[in-house]
Design a protein around this ligand. Structure first.
Ligand SMILES: [Zn+2]
Length: 336
């Protein structure tokens, strides 16, 4: 496995602790990590109290400054990632196909979120998922990042996915040298590795080359503006109480490639890219009712353009626990 080295300048808080007991002791802190062990004092969440604890330790003095900490990181090529589940120190690549943050309710009733994207380098492409990380929401499509501390998951079929957790750090390294045309080539070749609909695996990000043969309609549902959950009634969120929900579009129909056919569903911004709607058309469609949408000329034209056109779709096939019906949840569409 060939490892490369990237030099990172990370802004860290340097906490200088003076006093008799610990003269000139340094603690480096960056995003909640301590590189010097002061576990007795620092264990747990940082709170206002921590500062008092420290200040109260035998008249210690405290100085906090932000510095650039030069930090060398070894990262591997995507093509060189192991073939089994492993912890990976770092990978570097361009963010592609960055999806919206999806909120969901965990089994413990807490609010969770995840965000999907692809990471592409000069050697390959890998699907990634970031769990419950606020930081992932600030990453940008098309920019180069080093992902530090990620978990590689490989399932029985050899499907690989990178998981980012609270410990993962996203370093934007725009200045690093990378051949963008090779990255684009890798992305295009990944995109064209399609599977036939008959062979789609459940719950795996896949590409299919096919067409939409039936388009039902564009409906909408209410989403709570604060937690992102579907609202229970017109104005009531079970978590937040009375709210004025945002409308989110959803469309469905049938997708086929001759090997088989499945129901498909596209949500929100993916409806916009599926139908190639302009921002104005999308906003207009969002304001209308289901019936009014049936008479919106731009929408009707775009739906007619879509039906029967051979395209590459990305998404996941899911199976309903209640009905056993399989649905392809699309999250991207490309004209090959
Ligand atoms: Zn809510």
């Amino acid at each position: 496995m060939k490892a490369h080295v990237v030099e990172l300048g990370i802004p860290v808080k340097v906490i200088r602790v003076g006093g008799d007991t610990y003269p000139h002791r340094f603690v480096l802190k960056e995003m909640g990590f301590f590189w010097d062990s002061w576990d007795e004092v620092w264990e747990g969440e940082e709170t206002e109290d921590r500062w008092h604890i420290l200040n109260g330790l035998g008249g210690l003095t405290l100085e906090v400054v932000t510095r650039h900490y030069q930090h060398q990181l070894h990262y591997v090529d995507i093509d060189d990632l192991p073939d089994e589940t492993a912890s990976i120190t770092a990978v570097m690549g361009v963010i592609r196909e960055l999806k919206d943050v999806i909120m969901f309710t965990r089994v413990d009733q807490q609010l969770g979120c995840f965000q999907r994207f692809l990471l592409a380098d000069e050697t390959g492409v890998i699907p990634c998922i970031a769990w419950n990380i606020v930081e992932s929401a600030s990453i940008k499509e098309g920019e180069l990042y080093v992902l530090e501390k990620v978990q590689l998951r490989v399932d029985k079929r050899g499907y690989k996915e990178l998981h980012c957790h609270e410990n993962t750090r996203f370093h934007n390294v725009g200045g690093e040298d990378i051949d963008r045309s090779l990255v684009d080539e890798q992305f295009m070749s990944w995109l064209h590795q399609t599977v036939s609909i008959a062979k789609l695996s459940i719950n795996v990000t896949s590409r299919i080359s096919g067409m939409i043969t039936q388009f039902d309609n564009v409906r909408d549902f209410g989403v709570c503006p604060s937690c992102g959950d579907k609202v229970e009634t017109e104005t009531y969120c079970w978590r937040c109480g009375e709210v004025s929900p945002r409308k989110r579009l959803v469309c469905s129909g049938v997708i086929t490639d001759d090997s088989n056919a499945f129901k498909f569903t596209f949500f929100g911004n993916q409806v916009k890219s599926l139908l190639r709607l302009t921002a104005r058309e999308y906003n207009e469609a969002t304001r209308l009712t289901v019936i009014e949408r049936l008479e919106m000329p731009a929408l009707i034209n775009k739906i007619n353009d879509l039906i029967g056109k051979w395209l590459i779709f990305t998404g996941r096939l899911k199976i309903s626990e209640n009905t056993g019906i399989k649905t392809f949840y699309g999250d991207g569409v490309y004209d090959p």
